[in-house]
Design a binder for this molecule. Structure first.
Ligand SMILES: Cc1ncc(COP(=O)(O)O)c(C=O)c1O
Length: 493
């Protein structure tokens, strides 16, 4: 049922690869998105239920390419700058094809020997790239949420004063508490929930005027929790917040974690690759002090989805938190006197695991450290360019700029500068974002900073050029002006 003979495969693959090559070439001239509604898309899918009989593969492939090319939000488009979703590299797409063709199972070494060794090398290279000890442990994951979650569970196991794996949370007399900035990503909510700690275990530490965790407030909260009989176990620093790219004061957080005897984790899902730059913000140099780091190659290393990675200083920390040895896995044999290879199922949640390491390995080899540095540096420079243009533009207001994220908003020239007490700018920019995304010439997202709504561009895109950046102010201002004409109440004119 599933097989193609080699000639059928060759013909189908050549056709598909030709289509993809044309698709890549067409990206700059496409709209970033056609802006269609769910019902319009559903109408394009096969009617009725599961097909009763099969269809020829060449027919299917001829249909599916255009279906996706013409009805997607193209994060590979040079003017896609939303969320933190990178343009997936073409080499990564080829790597995924090859990985699926060989189809190794990276749960056990003996089901994917070379693939497992490549994953090990990727983990060491990612550590080296960001200045983390390369003899660390680690595991590739589906993305940032999972990478952070594994670190959270490793910290829980390492820091609980009782055998939490055997007895669960009920075995302890103290409530485990973790500390993150109020700007941290929502993975923390999920991790606390799924790891059984509950939402009340999380202390969302206040941030300063640059959206960075306040160390004094952290110290105060830890002391209060200790006095109340809780068991503080983990400090999380974010290296590149999702909203504005803010980098927490990692050196201070590392000091506090060390002084208080807590696990120090850094969520570098987005920003960790910037640590490779010689001119990196000094905070990023403290990544090496973390007990664990999350880094996402599918963000700023341009791997196609999905590719995240957990790094842990103590290579035993992940097996300590996740390993089980069932009788149907005979894993302890030595091969010709050599220690057995790593069985990655023992280091995380997944049992069968795909070869997501391949696209990262090839990407790092094709770019080298210098290529990575140049790409990250370029994205940061483009983001600063956008911020500076917003500063200069009479109808735009510049908000924040950090790493490769700039925030800005449309502010009609006839509105006075300063705060937005009536929330009119919030309403205007909220609607403007909807219109911009539907329009499809540029694709940005939003951030909420100190309660205010801003437009937000995040450049993790190797196709974005200065021309793409320079197009943004005019598009935003024209559409903003039009919308302002419709929305502004008479009392504000
Ligand atoms: C700082 C940070 N951590 C974690 C995540 C979650 O990553 P993923 O979407 O790959 O699960 C994100 C996503 O944007 C993020 O910005």
């Amino acid at each position: 049922m599933a097989d193609l003979d080699s000639e059928e495969f060759r013909a189908a693959a050549h056709t598909l690869v030709d289509q993809i090559a044309d698709f890549y070439a067409s990206l700059p001239t496409r709209r970033v998105t056609p802006g269609e509604k769910p019902s319009e898309l559903r109408a394009l899918l096969p009617a009725n239920g599961l097909p009763e009989s099969g269809q020829p593969v060449d027919e299917l492939l001829a249909e599916v390419g255009p279906l996706l090319f013409d009805h997607s939000v193209h994060n590979g488009h040079p003017r896609f700058m939303a969320y933190i979703t990178s343009s997936g590299s073409p080499l990564g797409a080829l790597a995924d094809l090859l990985a699926a063709a060989v189809n190794p199972n990276l749960g056990r070494w003996d089901c994917g020997p070379m693939a497992t060794e490549i994953e090990g090398q990727v983990i060491r290279w990612l550590a080296e790239l960001i200045g983390y000890p390369p003899d660390c442990g680690g595991l590739m994951t589906s993305g940032g949420n999972m990478a952070n979650f594994l670190a959270f569970v490793a910290a829980r196991k390492a820091m609980a004063t009782w055998d939490v794996r055997e007895q669960g949370l009920a075995g302890g007399t103290q409530a485990l508490t973790a500390y993150v900035s109020a700007e941290a990503h929502t993975w923390v909510d999920k991790a606390a929930d799924v790891a059984g700690l509950g939402a009340q275990a999380i202390r969302w530490v206040a941030t300063d005027d640059k959206q960075r965790l306040c160390p004094d407030e952290l110290t105060r909260l830890i002391a209060a929790d200790k006095a109340a009989g809780c068991l503080p176990f983990m400090v999380v620093g974010t290296a590149g917040t999702t909203g504005t790219g803010a980098i927490d004061p990692l050196p201070e957080l590392a000091n506090i974690a060390a002084a208080e005897g807590l696990w120090f984790h850094v969520d570098g899902a987005y920003g960790a690759p910037a640590a490779a730059l010689p001119e990196a913000p000094v905070e990023l140099q403290s990544l090496e002090r973390a007990d664990s780091v999350a880094i996402d190659p599918h963000k700023w290393l341009y791997a196609p989805l999905e590719a995240g990675c957990t790094l842990v200083r103590d290579a035993d920390a992940l097996p300590a938190a996740f390993s089980f040895l069932p009788s149907y896995y005979k894993l302890d044999e030595r091969v010709d006197g050599e220690a057995p290879g790593v069985n990655y199922y023992n280091l995380g949640m997944q049992n069968s695991r795909g070869f997501r390491a391949l696209k990262v390995w090839l990407g790092l080899r094709a770019a080298g450290r210098q290529g990575v540095v140049a790409a990250v540096r370029k994205d940061i420079a483009l983001s600063r360019r956008l911020y500076e243009q917003a500063e200069k533009h009479p109808e735009l207001e510049a908000g924040t700029q950090s790493l490769s994220i700039a925030t800005f908003r449309y502010r009609p020239a006839s509105l006075t500068a300063g705060p937005d007490p009536d929330g009119y700018l919030d309403r205007l920019n909220r609607r403007l974002l909807v219109d911009l995304q539907r329009d499809g010439r540029i694709f940005v997202s939003n951030a909420v900073v100190d309660g205010d709504y801003w437009l937000r561009a995040c450049v993790v895109n190797f196709r974005t050029t200065a021309d793409d950046i320079d197009a943004i102010p005019d598009i935003v201002a024209r559409m903003g002006r039009h919308l302002d004409g419709e929305l502004r109440p008479a009392s504000m004119r």
